[in-house]
Design a protein around this ligand. Structure first.
Ligand SMILES: *Cc1c(COP(=O)(O)O)cnc(C)c1O
Length: 288
């Protein structure tokens, strides 16, 4: 098992440490690597099929496609019906996951909920089902491995930060580091939605702190200030994703002062398709 490295970056005169979980694998990266850790190190013979469901640009989908390919398992992925435009897109996580062998099955909108609920019931002994986004109690084991790597490195930091979608990673990190604040932000939905998602897995520990921006941002929408933060971070030496990281970095720079260890959550492979959207919306950002 290899340990991911630590980078130091300086932003506005402050030093941050970054745990480079993005470097594990280009597709099985960041917190998806941690959340799928148990499956990644399971014996190949334990399963022959990985099943999941959700969105078609999801980083979790891509990570599971990469995982199944490594293990020689079939990867079956269910989504709602796609538009022709979505299907034709030659870039992004969907195209890459298909290349890695993903078997994509579309389910009509009206049947989707019931169908997804039935997946667990009809599951065969050699199949494993991972819930949308990898929001699974199985993730706790992989995050515990991450925590051990951090402790073994004897780093100097006061708080930890990582962005949230389902909140699975931030929650299990906070449970693994009860002595230190763990900062996160709600990338999808608002703080209330994030708390609900987390509470479905475990009661919230008091050291888990959900920071809120002064302005509301919608998930997966291009924002000029997100792109500016992305470029600022890239200049400082590390590329982050364009969906989750800019919001957390923004509030960390605005609302905290101490020495922070930031857990890179991966997702850089999605930047290619996101940048096309930024280019279309803010051409001036690309003219220099
Ligand atoms: C999936 C993902 C997240 C959210 O992780 P959760 O454990 O669902 O909160 C954050 N950042 C990136 C880049 C991701 O791909």
């Amino acid at each position: 098992m290899k340990t991911t490295p630590i980078s130091k970056i300086v932003l506005e005169g402050r030093e941050f440490l970054v745990k480079r979980d993005d470097l594990f694998d280009p597709y099985l990266s960041g917190n998806k690597y941690r959340k799928l850790h148990t499956l990644l190190y399971a014996p190949k013979e334990k399963y022959n099929k990985l099943i999941s469901y959700g969105g078609t640009q999801s980083n979790a989908m891509l990570a599971m496609a990469a995982l199944a390919q490594r293990k020689g398992w079939v990867f079956e992925y269910y989504t709602k019906t796609l538009s022709k435009v979505q299907k034709k897109q030659g870039v992004g996580n969907y195209a890459k996951a298909l290349e890695l062998g993903m078997q994509h099955v579309e389910i009509e909108q009206e049947l989707y909920r019931d169908f997804i609920a039935s997946l667990r019931v009809t599951l065969e002994p050699l199949s494993v089902l991972v819930d949308q986004g990898g929001a699974d109690t199985m993730a706790r084991e992989g995050v515990a491995v991450l925590a051990k790597e951090i402790r073994d490195a004897n780093l100097d930091f006061q708080s930890i930060a990582t962005p949230s979608g389902t909140g699975t990673t931030a929650l299990y990190l906070a449970l693994a580091f009860p002595e230190c604040p763990v900062y996160t932000t709600a990338g999808i939905g608002d703080k209330r939605y994030l708390i609900e998602q987390m509470q479905a897995l475990h009661p919230l520990p008091s050291n888990l702190i959900i920071l809120e921006p002064s302005k509301k941002y919608h998930f997966a929408k291009p924002y000029k200030e997100y792109y500016e933060i992305y470029k600022f971070l890239q200049k400082a030496g590390v590329e982050f994703d364009l969906l989750y990281a800019p919001l957390l970095w923004k509030v960390l720079l605005e609302q905290t002062e101490e020495k922070i260890l930031y857990i890179h959550s991966g997702g850089v492979s999605g930047n290619e398709s996101m940048k096309l959207r930024y280019k279309a919306k803010f051409p001036e950002l690309f003219s220099l």
